[in-house]
Design a protein around this ligand. Sequence first.
Ligand code: ADP
Length: 160
Amino acid sequence: METAIYPGSFDPITNGHLDVLETGAKIFGKVIIAVARNSEKNGFLTVDQRVELIKQSVQHLPNVEVDSFDGLTINYARSKNARVLLRGLRAVSDFEYEMQLSQTNSALCDEVKTVFLITKPEYNFISSSSIREILLNGGDISMFVPESVYKYLSKQYKNI
Ligand code: ADP
């Protein structure tokens, strides 16, 4: 059974992330979606809040686990006996950064390979940063995020 790690900031998780995760869960025996703790420093939500929102959004996916990790992604992957890192690609603009990251990880640890998935076109433009921007300016984020994320964030930011 092949385990894949889906690492990221997920600040917050979006429908685009979820689409990549759902496809990954069909391909791999197990997918661990893992929030990088080093992304907390300039974060919007705490890592614990992000993990909780992911847990609420993946209840329909029995072979998905939710976790967080410190340090290098490849070391975390090794600790979980995973040989695959899952990443999503939206547009050409993601490609250069993702290629560099993947090649750096391969140079550090050749056994761990990155697999890229492309989302459905309707999720292609969604990013966590645009969701934060819409939310902080009082806009409607309901079509971009899972329902539990929408409920949680709209309650937290109802006075904005
Ligand atoms: P990062 O780890 O760069 O902070 P994120 O946590 O925002 O990135 O996202 C984790 C992964 O999901 C990245 O590979 C990113 O390119 C991908 N991703 C983010 N939003 C989408 C989307 N709408 N469609 C497909 N992939 C996405």
